[in-house]
Design a protein around this ligand. Structure first.
Ligand code: ADP
Length: 675
């Protein structure tokens, strides 16, 4: 085994590789750019070497600097992580020619599989099913049209050098071909310096299922089952799981066999991933092989109990795989969510800033692979992924609820994150049923919001949380006043029962709180009986410190976590994909609010409503006239007094519905407006 290795990467994956090295007593060297001077991966390595400017071209993509850092620190091998130089055949070659070991496949395998056309041809030779299409570079539009005609629309234009979904274009009919081909060429040229495009059938409603393989230098090739990564935005994964709810044992064996066949054909060594598309008929097609460790490898680690980085190191050191296919046993289920600094409401635009709050959830079966901590800078130079959170459970539902619960307790401030968005995916009924496709987000979300209303029970829990917080905060404030005030201010009879009305967007909840007299719990908390509408909940609150922004409640024996922000009686709650403002009203306040809501509704209807019974004595405007808010429009006589009725809006009069001399009632429409 190696004594010391260099990790040619940054952030969470560098930290994760170092962890395994520490366990195996292998020394570590981290490299860093200007931007990363104080980043987490620097703190965890034994030694560090500065390799250049913040721009990746000057540092993490700088082959010479990385190799000389490895040599000058006496490393024997280089682990590339993922991204950056991990799939660069030239880099692998340079590492080897410098007398170092590349912890990954041979350069030749990287080169063939890194090219989508060459990879597809190899798959065909290995007898692996591929997506129907044309396995050559498209010459021009005419050829593209001819090939597409043969395949049948829709078709997908794909860059041969692709990665990260860049340059792919769906073409639905011949008229779109010209523009799509040009756009695809341009994007791939810019991203990869290569404009080769090929074409294949676009598979509708596909699932993304990939097989993890391991191959050693002794000719052993095995697979570790599948991961499903259908939940993607912009062709990039955000939630991954193992196993896949769509894969039967029989299908797993067939896919695993195909993946191993391809690896053998490519003379593959080390860890790799063969990606497939699975269609609704259970037919699977090869899309590409990733010749490195994947971001989502932890879900495989959690179900197999293996450490993939350790196996990569052992294979690179020439060891034989310590087990065979029959020894691979998968236990339970694991789901991963990628935590990114991005704004799902703004088409997932990356968000930069500094982490002003950062608390990871902890607990049994929760794994967080993170590259940041409080104070970390999230700049413009690198990927927006901050961390990954992975939960393991005895089955899919168990893993899912654990992950949703853990995300409720994941607190990030200072940048916009996708935590609540991923949680709303995890809590979506179609996700719960395992009905996934790569179009899941487009199909079930409008922007960052699910197209269907949130789960009733979760809304109840959020509403009762808002009431309890508001209640305890006002009680705490009241009790902190002088003893005399609190004695005067309290009525005996209703000490234990409190009514609130909670409004959130267009929904209203009636909540009653009863704190069980004398039931002080050992935790120092309190026990409550809470009614939300006709539903009853037993709620245990901890010793409440309501300046905190996280809250843990036990409801009917189960623990729930909520993230909060509050201002007076407005409480913003993030919980299981619900991210909303809740307004809390006492019965008196709610009466007033209802009245005001009714009024604004009338105003919104663009009409002038008669405010009291009386007689119209004059109309001060004409049809079609432009009027302003507050301008008197009608004179009413009532109780022997004349008063003006003013326009509620800026607008144009559409119709005058009354005449002078007419008797009118409270609520009658006097005038209507054009918007
Ligand atoms: P990249 O290397 O750019 O990530 P991939 O070939 O891995 O590109 O494809 C990325 C994603 O695009 C896949 O996970 C899948 O969702 C989708 N995709 C790729 N090829 C097809 C296809 N022929 N039909 C439908 N979807 C596809």
């Amino acid at each position: 085994m190696f004594d010391k290795i260099l990790i040619a990467n940054r952030s969470e994956i560098a930290v994760r590789i170092i962890k395994t090295c520490n366990r195996l007593d292998i020394g570590t060297v981290a490299v860093y750019s200007d931007e990363d001077r104080r980043s987490l991966h620097m703190q965890t390595a034994d030694e560090t070497v500065h390799i250049g400017g913040s721009n990746a071209q000057e540092s993490y993509l700088n082959v010479e600097k990385i190799i000389s850092a490895a040599l000058s620190t006496g490393c024997q091998a280089v682990h590339p992580g993922y991204g950056f130089l991990s799939e660069n055949a030239q880099f692998a070659k340079s590492v080897e020619s410098a007398g170092l070991t590349f912890i990954g496949p041979p350069a030749k395998a990287i080169a063939i599989l890194g090219d989508k056309i060459a990879g597809k041809k190899l798959a065909i030779q290995a007898g692996v099913p591929v997506i129907p299409g044309h396995t050559d570079v498209l010459k021009d539009e005419d050829e593209a049209l001819a090939v597409a005609n043969g395949i049948g629309y829709p078709v997908l234009l794909k860059p041969a050098a692709g990665g990260g979904g860049k340059g792919m274009r769906i073409v639905h009919d011949p008229a779109e071909m010209k523009a799509a081909l040009a756009a695809s060429r341009q994007e791939t040229l810019k991203a990869f310096g290569d404009s080769r495009i090929f074409i294949e059938r676009y598979i509708m409603q596909p699932r993304h299922v990939e097989i993890q393989i391991l191959a050693d230098t002794h000719g052993n090739v095995i697979h570790l089952g599948e991961r499903e990564c259908s939940i993607q935005r912009r062709y990039q994964k955000i939630i991954e799981e193992s196993p896949s709810p769509a894969v039967s044992e029989e299908l797993r064996q067939r896919m695993g066999q195909a993946a191993c066949d391809l690896a053998r054909k490519a003379d593959y060594v080390n860890a790799g991933t063969v990606e497939f598309i699975l269609d609704a008929q259970d037919d699977f097609y090869f899309i590409e092989m990733n010749t490195r460790l994947q971001v989502e490898h932890p879900v495989t680690e959690m179900v197999t109990g293996l450490d993939l980085v350790e196996l990569q190191l052992r294979i690179a050191a020439g060891e034989q795989l310590p087990f065979n296919q029959d020894n691979v046993v998968c236990n339970g289920w694991a789901i991963e969510a990628r935590v990114c600094a991005e704004d799902p409401a703004l088409n997932f635009m990356p968000s930069t800033g500094m982490l002003t709050r950062y608390t990871e959830p902890r607990g049994h079966s929760i794994r967080v692979d993170s590259g940041v901590r409080i104070g970390s800078k999230v700049g413009v130079y690198y990927d927006s992924m901050l961390a990954k959170i992975i939960c393991h459970g005895k089955d899919r539902e168990d893993a899912r609820t654990r992950l949703a619960g853990a995300l409720n307790g994941y607190h990030i401030e200072g940048v916009v994150s996708n935590i609540d968005f991923t949680n709303s995916i995890l809590c979506h009924p179609e996700f719960i049923k395992g009905k996934l496709t790569t179009n899941f987000i487009d199909q079930h979300f409008d922007n960052d919001r699910p197209k269907i209303p949130p789960d009733r029970k979760n809304m109840d829990l959020a509403a009762l949380t808002a009431s309890i917080i508001h209640h305890v905060r006002t009680v705490v404030i009241r009790n902190s006043l002088s003893p005399m005030v609190s004695r005067i201010g309290r009525k005996k009879a209703d000490v234990n029962k409190h009514q609130y009305t909670i409004r959130s967007e267009n929904e209203v909840f009636d909540v009653s709180l009863e704190s069980t007299a004398g039931a002080r719990l050992t935790t120092g908390g309190r026990l409550w009986t809470v009614h939300v509408g006709s539903n009853k909940y037993a709620v245990e609150t901890p010793q409440l410190e309501f300046y905190r922004r996280r809250l843990r409640l036990t409801v009917d024996g189960r623990i729930y976590r909520f993230r909060l922000k509050f201002e007076h009686s407005f409480i913003f709650i993030a919980f299981s994909g619900i991210t909303r403002l809740f307004e809390v009203y006492s019965p008196k306040e709610w009466k007033l609010m209802e009245y005001m809501l009714a009024r604004t509704k009338q105003l919104a209807n663009n009409v002038l409503i008669c405010p009291m019974p009386g007689l119209v004595v004059g109309v001060l405007a004409k049809k079609g006239e432009r009027v302003f808010r507050g301008q008197p429009l009608v004179i009413l006589e009532s109780m022997k007094m004349e008063s003006d009725v003013a326009s509620p809006v800026d607008g144009i009069i559409d119709e005058i519905r009354v005449n002078a001399g007419q008797a009118v009632e409270n609520g009658d429409v006097l005038i209507s407006f054009k918007p």
